[in-house]
Design a protein around this ligand. Structure first.
Ligand code: CP
Length: 350
C-alpha cells in the first residue's frame, strides 16, 4: 500500500494513473484538515520560506490562481510566468534547460503547457516536486483530484457513495483533459455506471478507454441523447475545447446536448449533482452547461472550484513532505470573512 505520490521515484504528479484509493484517501484526510484554512478560519504556515514556480504556458484562471493561493496560504511565496511569449522558451530555450534553471530558484513547480508530453519533459529535467497543471489534450490530474473530492462530499450530502452511482461525463471527451484524468480516478472504484456523451468526432480516445477497461465498471458511450439514458446521479459537463479543434471539427454541426433545466428534468435523478471543471461557454445556445441552472442548489460548480484550495494545499503538503506538521500549525485567522462567498451560494466550505 503506497500513500506517497511519485513518478519515477520523484515527488511529482503527472497523471491520475499514479494514484491509488489509499493515496487519494490519504490526501483527502489532509484536505479535510486544511478546509478551515481554505475557508479563512485558520492559518497554517508550514511552507514558510519555500518558493513555488507557477509556470502557465497556456491560458488559465482557476488552476493558476488556486495553486498560487494554496501555496501562499501555507506560508510560501509564488513566482509566476504566464504565456510562452514572456518565457525565454520563445527565444529557443529548451524545456529541459528551462526546467533545470528554474530548479535553482524555487522549491516546487507547477507547469501547464499546450503540448501533450511537455510537462513530462519538464519533470524529467528536475528532481523538485512538480505537478502537471494540464498538458494540452493529455491530463489534468489535480483537477480530477478536486473533482473526486467534490463528488465524494456532494454524494455524502445526499447519503450516497461513488459505488452504485450513475455518472454522465458530457461534452468534448477527445480533447477534455479533465475528463481523461477523472475517469481514470473514478475507475479506482467498483460498481460505477458511466455514460459518456459526446459528438462522434469528439469521443473519449481509445487509449483512455483501454486504461480504464480493467475496472470492470459499465461504460456506455453515446453520440446523442436518447430515452435510454436515465437516472443520472452526477453530470460532469465539459466545454468544447475549440482552441484544439482541427479545421474539420471547427466546421462540424454538432448534435444538441446542452446541459440545461430540460436535460436535468429528463435524464437525471431529482437529487442530481451538477459539475463542470470550468471555464464554461456561457453564451445562450452553447453546447455546454447552461446558465438557466445558476440558482439551482444542485449546481456544485463553485463548491467544486472552492475545493481546489484545500486539495491543492494537501497536494503540496504531501509532495513537500510536511503533511505531519499541519495539525500542530493551525492557528486562528485574525480577519473576518463572509460565510457565503457568492449571491447564489447555498453552502459554505466551513
Ligand atoms: N479547470 C481549469 O483548468 O480551469 P483554468 O483553465 O481556468 O485553469
Amino acid at each position: 500500500m503506497s500513500l506517497s505520490i511519485s513518478h519515477k521515484g520523484k515527488p511529482q504528479l503527472l497523471s491520475a494513473a499514479q494514484l491509488t484509493l489509499e493515496s487519494v484517501e490519504h490526501l483527502f484526510h489532509y484536505a479535510d484538515m486544511l478546509r478551515p484554512v481554505a475557508s479563512r478560519m485558520k492559518v497554517c504556515r508550514i511552507l514558510e520560506g519555500a518558493v513555488l514556480a507557477n509556470l502557465f504556458f497556456e491560458a488559465s484562471t482557476r488552476t493558476r490562481i488556486s495553486f498560487s493561493s494554496a501555496f501562499a496560504r501555507l506560508g510560501g511565496a509564488v513566482s509566476d510566468t504566464t504565456g510562452l511569449t514572456f518565457s525565454s522558451i520563445s527565444k529557443g530555450e529548451s524545456i529541459s534547460d528551462t526546467s533545470r534553471v528554474i530548479s535553482g530558484y524555487v522549491d516546487a513547480i507547477v507547469v501547464r503547457h499546450p503540448q501533450i508530453g511537455a510537462v513530462a519533459e519538464f519533470a524529467a529535467a528536475t528532481n523538485l516536486p512538480l505537478i502537471n497543471g494540464g498538458d494540452g489534450p493529455g491530463e489534468h490530474p489535480s483537477q480530477a483530484i478536486l473533482d473526486l473530492y467534490t463528488i465524494i462530499n456532494e454524494l455524502s450530502r445526499v447519503k450516497k457513495t461513488i459505488s452504485g452511482s450513475h455518472i454522465a461525463i458530457v461534452g468534448d471527451l477527445k480533447y477534455g483533459r479533465t475528463a481523461h484524468s477523472l475517469i481514470k480516478l473514478l475507475s479506482l472504484y467498483k460498481g460505477v455506471k458511466f455514460t459518456l456523451i459526446s459528438p462522434q468526432s469528439l469521443i473519449m480516445p481509445e487509449y483512455i478507454m483501454n486504461s480504464v477497461a480493467h475496472s470492470g465498471n459499465s461504460i456506455d458511450e453515446r453520440v446523442s441523447l436518447s430515452s435510454e439514458i436515465r437516472d443520472i446521479d452526477i453530470v460532469y459537463a465539459t466545454r468544447m475545447q475549440k482552441e484544439r479543434f482541427t479545421s474539420d471539427e471547427i466546421d462540424s454541426d454538432f448534435p444538441d446536448f446542452q446541459i440545461n433545466k430540460k436535460f436535468i428534468g429528463t435524464f437525471c435523478k431529482p437529487e442530481v449533482i451538477l459539475m463542470h471543471p470550468l471555464p464554461r461557454d456561457s453564451s445562450k445556445d452553447a453546447l455546454d452547461l447552461s446558465t438557466d441552472l445558476d440558482s439551482d442548489p444542485r449546481l456544485a460548480i463553485f463548491r467544486q472550484t472552492d475545493n481546489g484550495i484545500p486539495v491543492r494545499m494537501a497536494l503540496f503538503s504531501i509532495l513537500l513532505g510536511v503533511e505531519s506538521l499541519i495539525a500542530k500549525n493551525l492557528q486562528d485567522a485574525t480577519w473576518k470573512h463572509p460565510k457565503l462567498l457568492g449571491p447564489n451560494d447555498h453552502f459554505s466550505l466551513r
